[in-house]
Design a protein around this ligand. Structure first.
Ligand code: FE2
Length: 240
């Protein structure tokens, strides 16, 4: 069996940029050399240099959400790749309220074809009303923005946050995707840069709740007092 028989049709490049340890991802479609940039921010020159170094043509820009630390490089990237399409979920565009130039607005369940690479948009509200995760089913990768961190989750007390929605979102992610799904978060807040959904189910305290109210209390009042980054795994409490 050749290598290409087992490889997904894409590669994911990660850049950690800026003062808030943001991860910016470049999804490379191997066959067509197309690239999608997820959350262009902080040092667009570095993002563009990575694309150039790998011989990639930026055709798409995807936003997990509209907070400043995830979007402050959009203009420079679109200037360098003027035909690239900008994608975000409609509820995030409504929340953001920016007069964006010709964005493509999506709903949860939409799919984008980047050459031979399929990217699915998941609507994952909680950190913001229109937060998105991007699922690449061919390799079971999930780019999670500020919805799910390695052993953590995004805050719900900032503009647009809603802990009740976050509980339902995390419950759906916890139960709805294969255990070996690889998580790629929006910040480097943890002991390691990626993990699997199985590791998250075991070690992410936000995935240990079956009930809404204790989750909301933990997210809003307890977590930030009890834990500090870099986050490591937390043992799941034994019931009974
Ligand atoms: Fe955010």
């Amino acid at each position: 069996m050749t290598d290409s028989a087992v490889q997904p049709p894409y590669r994911i490049h990660a850049l950690e940029l800026g003062p808030m340890e943001n991860f910016i991802y470049v999804i490379e479609d191997r066959a067509t050399r197309r690239a999608a940039i997820v959350d262009p921010a902080w040092e667009p020159a570095e993002i563009l240099a990575l694309a150039e170094q790998h011989g990639l043509r930026i055709t798409d820009v995807l936003l997990t959400h509209s907070h400043h630390d995830h979007i402050n490089g959009i203009e420079q990237v679109l200037e360098a790749a003027p035909s690239a399409r900008l994608h975000l979920l409609k509820p995030e565009a409504d929340f953001w309220g920016q007069a964006l130039e010709k964005p493509e607005l999506h709903h949860g369940g939409d799919r984008l074809q980047l050459g031979e690479t399929e990217i699915q948009f998941l609507h994952t509200p909680g950190h913001t009303p229109g937060s998105a995760c991007f699922h690449l089913p061919a390799g079971d990768d999930l780019i999670t923005g500020d919805t799910l961190f390695v052993f953590g989750c995004g805050r719900c007390d900032l503009s647009g946050g809603n802990p009740e929605q976050m509980f339902h979102t995390l419950t759906d992610l916890r139960t709805g995707l294969p255990a070996h799904t690889c998580i790629h978060p929006g910040h480097n807040y943890s002991e390691k840069t990626t993990s699997t959904l199985e590791e998250e189910r075991e070690g992410n305290p936000f995935l240990h709740f079956d009930q809404l109210e204790p989750f909301v209390h933990y997210r809003m009042h307890e977590h930030d007092r009890l834990r500090h980054s870099p986050y490591g795994p937390v043992r799941k409490p034994t019931s009974g």
